[in-house]
Design a protein around this ligand. Structure first.
Ligand SMILES: Nc1nc2c(ncn2[C@@H]2O[C@H](COP(=O)(O)OP(=O)(O)OP(=O)(O)O)[C@@H](O)[C@H]2O)c(=O)[nH]1
Ligand SMILES: [Mg+2]
Length: 410
């Protein structure tokens, strides 16, 4: 394949994406241009160069590190005589290959159909033009209309199925809500080491691989720190120019991030400074996009084992609030646990609760989240004094009593 990309970007990531998708790169072409050409993406000179490159190599596909408009894609294919794929299509393809759960598969298919529907529209206007003029039905028109209708029907059907599947996952989340455990979500660029960190912190056995977008389904494990239980969730990785079709389709999965009490932003500390800045910026902008921009977060600088003393120091100077760990060797993991505890401790509040005797389940939950607590049996129910993180305290609000002990609801 041959890769083309806009100025300022480097090809390494696109090559990594292609490697993950099982494509080998035989040539590269970079275009330095303010704006891509509206019709062909590449300017005339570069297009001729690319044709030559194609002739000289035995490439059978061209990949572009940008999303092409339907028109650009079509014109390029016509001019080059080989299939042309863009960044969005490659990412969608990788997601399709990595989806395991019913929900993940539906989400990817929905995103792909959405992407393809836009391209069918482009094809349709194109054929309409060939057909003659206004009022004449082009030869392919009715077939395309049918195809588009089928695609739209399938999209509606997929949306319905997704709702059903998500409803059952919603039930799981409701269970968790009831357990009232503080939740922590791992977020970060793809391949940063989120799943490895989940495994290191909870002893879980989530799949880890040196490929992009290995994890698509959120996995949640419980985590015990300083006598309290927390829930830690591993999520889908982010990337620069994450296709909006995926953000839309994965809305429910990304929701896990929005409901978390704390985000651990995992960064590959072994990446170059420039890459790190880009990856962190991309993560921040996706977090904004999904409405999680304001969540409290901790910066985790992973892969410390791959850094020498100098590199470590430099990294910490650039990110004084970052926490250096190695999910692989376990270095810094205990300290990170303490940092998480401290983060929740900052918001610890003393609460006085009165739990009616028929709420035994609530009592068990309190033990899990509060660690130590004082209890006293009274005629009205169990009187509990505990220190809870603010987010957890809010969930027990309705059992709160004022601290003067008269038993009235706060
Ligand atoms: N040297 C080193 N490699 C690590 C460390 N943590 C993770 N890796 C490697 O980085 C690669 C990606 O790790 P994952 O845990 O799958 O990364 P991820 O963030 O879950 O990636 P996605 O699921 O694709 O978003 C794997 O090859 C891991 O072995 C670490 O602390 N040090
Ligand atoms: Mg992962």
């Amino acid at each position: 394949m041959i890769a083309a990309l806009p100025e300022g970007d480097d090809l390494a990531e696109l090559e990594e994406l292609l490697r993950t998708a099982g494509v080998a790169v035989v040539g590269r072409l970079v275009q330095h241009m303010e704006q891509p050409h509206p019709n062909t993406y590449l300017g005339t000179g570069r297009l001729a160069e690319l044709k030559e490159l194609l002739r000289d190599s035995d490439a059978n596909v061209v990949a572009c590190d940008d999303e092409l408009t339907p028109r650009q894609g079509r014109n390029l294919e016509e001019a080059l005589g080989v299939p042309v794929v863009d960044r969005t299509a490659i990412i969608l393809d990788i997601f399709a290959g990595h989806a395991n759960s019913a929900e993940g598969k539906l989400q990817v298919e929905l995103a792909q159909l959405d992407y393809n529907l836009a391209r069918m529209r482009g094809l349709w206007t194109h054929l309409e033009r060939l057909g003659g003029g206004v009022g004449t039905r082009g030869p392919g028109e009715s077939q395309l209309e049918t195809d588009r209708r089928l695609a739209r029907d399938r999209i509606s059907a997929l949306r319905r199925r997704l709702k059903e599947v998500q409803a059952s996952r919603g039930v799981m989340r409701a269970e968790r809500e009831r357990a009232k455990l503080p939740t922590i979500a791992l977020v970060g660029y793809t391949n940063a080491g989120k799943s490895t960190l989940l495994n290191a912190m909870t002893g879980a056995d989530v799949g880890v691989r040196d490929r992009l977008f290995h994890t698509l389904d959120p996995t949640t494990r419980s985590l015990r720190l300083g006598g309290r239980d927390y829930l830690l969730t591993d999520t889908v990785g982010f990337i620069r120019k994450l296709p909006h079709q995926l953000v839309d389709a994965f809305g429910a999965t990304l929701e896990e991030t929005r409901i978390a009490d704390l985000l651990l932003h995992v960064v590959d500390g072994s990446a170059s400074e420039e890459d790190q800045v880009e990856m962190m910026t991309a993560v921040e902008s996706v977090l904004e996009e999904i409405g999680a921009g304001e969540q409290p977060r901790l910066l985790v600088l992973n892969k410390a084992d791959a850094l020498d003393e100098n590199a470590r120091e430099e990294l910490l100077i650039r990110h004084p609030d970052g926490f250096l760990v190695s999910a692989l060797t376990g270095e810094g993991i205990e300290g990170l646990g303490e940092r998480i505890e401290a983060e929740f401790a900052r918001s610890l509040r003393d609460v006085e609760l009165l739990l009616p005797y028929d709420q035994g389940g609530r009592m068990a939950e309190l033990h899990e989240v509060a660690g130590d607590l004082l209890r006293e049996d009274t005629p009205e129910g169990v009187r509990v004094s505990a220190r809870l993180p603010a987010t957890v305290a809010a969930r027990f609000e309705r059992y709160a009593v004022s601290s003067n002990g008269n038993g009235s609801h706060a």
